[in-house]
Design a protein around this ligand. Structure first.
Ligand SMILES: [Zn+2]
Length: 95
């Protein structure tokens, strides 16, 4: 087998693998959207990135810490408990 053939086969395998993985991820996303609609009040929770209002880091919504804001009347998301606590403290000061 020539080295060129090996490279071609490797590339084909790589793209085949990528295709399989992206397809599987899509199916997984759809499943989570379906199941989350029943128990969450604010629509489907896909794996979207949301910005932490404290450190402005982007975090996947599903892994973020949720907090119902008292002053803004909406749900805010944080990368960590730490940022959540800072936000709570700031809200307390603004009152
Ligand atoms: Zn943060």
């Amino acid at each position: 087998m020539s080295p060129v053939k090996i490279v071609v086969i490797a590339v084909l395998l790589y793209f085949g693998y990528r295709l399989l993985v992206s397809d599987w991820n899509k199916k997984k996303e759809n499943r989570t959207e379906d199941s989350s609609q029943n128990n969450l009040d604010e629509g489907p929770v896909a794996d979207v990135l949301i910005e932490d209002p404290i450190c402005h880091k982007l975090v996947p919504k599903q892994q973020a810490i949720r907090l119902k804001s008292q002053t803004q009347d909406k749900i805010v998301y944080f990368c960590s408990e730490e940022c959540c606590n800072i936000f709570v403290r700031q809200e307390g000061e603004n009152k």
